[in-house]
Design a protein. Structure first.
Length: 270
């Protein structure tokens, strides 16, 4: 029997990208799904794709920055399925541009979704994961969660924070003897609409940035990324690197320490 068969998986940000790809992959494996997204039409389309494989799907429109909405969603999922085995905290946004040219509201938006959305989701579902007897929290950081670059101060700050949150939560679960694993995922360039839906600081050429991301950075298909993630989760790995670019970035940081930043600046000036 497939490892994921008959389990209940909660996925935030399930309306597109990696969230949708995870949902469809799990649907093929017989997982029962609780899918949420801020975009009701998008998550409904993901549900339709999953139902083609006969999956049982519960959908909800949830803003992960709204703590009360997340709490209501958790209660609804528990009522629907009676248990939760794994939670994939995928919902995320991006902002591009120098801090001097950025608005406070843009910085707040990224931190609220990427960090507090993870905190709200993980904390709310944690009691259900503990009671399952073998739960799993899956967070999504980024290669920018250990490898910073100019013009991504908000995004990097949020993803570095997700990494720290995940590692600390993993330690807490082990220290307290709770049967919950914590996996932090570090994607490199994956083809998702995150940049097209992102925010841009004053003076940024949003079309050029998006085109560069889509053609030169985002080389991996989201379905391939989902397969890598699910393999790592099944193995209960603490870290899952998605793509050669993420792995190379990790090796560079480990080898060079803070000196990697000089390499980034040298490449940026060429």
């Amino acid at each position: 029997m497939d490892y994921y068969a008959h389990r209940v998986a909660v996925i935030t940000g399930a309306g597109s990208g990696i969230g949708r790809a995870l949902a469809v992959n799990l649907a093929r494996r017989g997982t029962r799904l609780a899918l949420s997204d801020q975009n009701a039409e998008a998550v409904a389309e993901t549900a339709r794709r999953c139902q083609r494989f006969g999956a049982r799907v519960f959908t909800d429109t949830v803003d992960v920055t709204d703590r009360q909405a997340v709490l209501r969603h958790s209660a609804a999922v528990h009522e629907e399925f009676g248990r939760v085995d794994m939670v994939f905290c995928v919902a995320g946004v991006i902002h591009t541009g120098r801090l001097l040219n950025s608005e406070f509201s843009d910085f707040d938006h990224v931190l609220n979704v990427n960090l507090l959305g993870v905190v709200n989701t993980a904390k709310t579902f944690l009691p259900l994961l503990i009671s399952s007897g073998g739960g799993h929290v899956v967070t999504v950081s980024s290669a920018f969660g250990f490898f910073s670059a100019p013009c991504y101060t908000a995004y990097s700050a949020s993803k570095f924070a997700v990494r720290g949150f995940s590692e600390s939560l993993r330690q807490e679960m082990r220290l307290d003897g709770h049967p919950v694993s914590v996996t932090c995922v570090y994607p490199g360039g994956v083809r998702t609409p995150i940049m097209r839906n992102g925010r841009f600081a004053k003076g940024e050429d949003s079309a050029a940035v998006t085109k560069r991301f889509d053609t030169k950075v985002a080389r991996m298909d989201a379905s391939r990324a989902a397969a890598i993630i699910l393999l790592g989760v099944r193995r209960r790995q603490a870290q899952v690197f998605v793509g050669a670019d993420a792995k190379i970035a990790w090796i560079l940081v480990r080898a060079l320490g803070s000196a990697y930043q000089r390499l980034v600046l040298w490449v940026g000036r060429r």
